[in-house]
Design a protein around this ligand. Structure first.
Ligand SMILES: C[S@@+](CC[C@H](N)C(=O)[O-])C[C@H]1O[C@@H](n2cnc3c(N)ncnc32)[C@H](O)[C@@H]1O
Length: 268
């Protein structure tokens, strides 16, 4: 998207004067679904830390690896919260290749991410995208399109990939995950990636978070201890909760520090 003019299809409640994390992430990944304001903010981040592009790619590698693992464990229904703008290797493409019957519901707060996802999914009866705030777990699980595709009496693959750090309030972030943990059937899996402040070069994260503070979704990094608590009562699968730089498939990006913690766990 080259400018902000003639975007009459964009809902009125989308603030186009503020950078948006979904579209900044799209820019980091080399996507085209971003505006000038997003590109400017993303360029400021890249000036502070050019490695952010690699961090975004390593995060996508974790996501794809996680959903392949889940699909190979027999998971055939996925709820992807904070799913973002479609890019190469989307969840439904990856899991429907393993099992064409797999169902996927994408959820994002950004209407532009939702509009692009819905356009891509037209004609796919087993995948959809709804607009919702992750904080509204009840609304998500009771949404008619979710109820059509996801059977909560069977195991679900819940994806919370690079989204919980956009819920800065600790109580709120843990409350969201607690509600999902409670709602999902035994045998369900949850994959999380979450930004951490551990291991960054001095000041770099603070300067980047200051840019996100001006965006539509300010972010917060958390410690490994805080992030591991999201999995409370669930069994982490190998290699456990590890730095993004240590996740086997993300190692290829040779990150200089972990940037985020990533892990997958199963509900006993
Ligand atoms: C960094 S992107 C991650 C996209 C994808 N999960 C991935 O890891 O490749 C973060 C996404 O979370 C979405 N997001 C931020 N806050 C959210 C909220 N409160 N509820 C739902 N989605 C949210 C953003 O719109 C954005 O699309």
């Amino acid at each position: 998207m080259s400018g902000q003019q003639n975007q009459s299809w964009i809902p009125e409640d989308v603030p186009l004067d503020k950078p948006n994390p979904a579209r900044m992430y799209d820019y980091f990944l080399g996507g085209m679904h971003n505006f000038e304001v997003d590109r400017q903010a993303a360029e400021q981040v890249l000036q502070i830390l050019p490695e952010v592009r690699l961090i975004a790619q390593a995060n996508r590698a974790f996501l794809i690896d996680a959903v392949k693992y889940l699909a190979n464990q027999g998971i055939d229904q996925f709820l992807d919260i904070g799913s973002g703008i479609p890019t190469r290797g989307n969840v439904h493409e990856v899991v429907q290749e393993i099992n064409p019957e797999s169902r996927v519901v994408y959820v994002d707060i950004d209407p532009i991410a939702v509009a692009h996802s819905r356009a891509l999914l037209e004609g796919n009866p087993r995948a959809t995208c709804i607009r919702a705030d992750a904080r509204d777990v009840e609304m998500i699980v009771n949404h008619p399109e979710v109820e059509t595709l996801i059977d909560f009496s069977r195991p679900v693959g819940l994806l919370l990939v690079a989204v919980l750090h956009f819920i800065p309030d600790d109580e709120e972030a843990h409350g969201i995950v607690r509600q999902f943990r409670h709602r999902l059937a035994s045998g369900s899996y949850m994959a999380i990636s979450h930004a951490t402040m551990e291991g960054w070069p001095p000041d770099v994260l603070e300067r980047i978070l200051a840019i996100y503070k001006r965006s539509t979704a300010p972010a917060k990094a958390r410690t490994k201890d805080e992030i591991v608590r999201f999995f409370e009562g669930w069994e982490l699968v190998e290699p456990g909760l590890v730095g993004l730089d240590e996740w086997p498939l993300s190692k290829q990006f040779k990150l200089e520090f972990s940037a985020a913690y990533v892990g997958i766990a199963r509900k006993p």
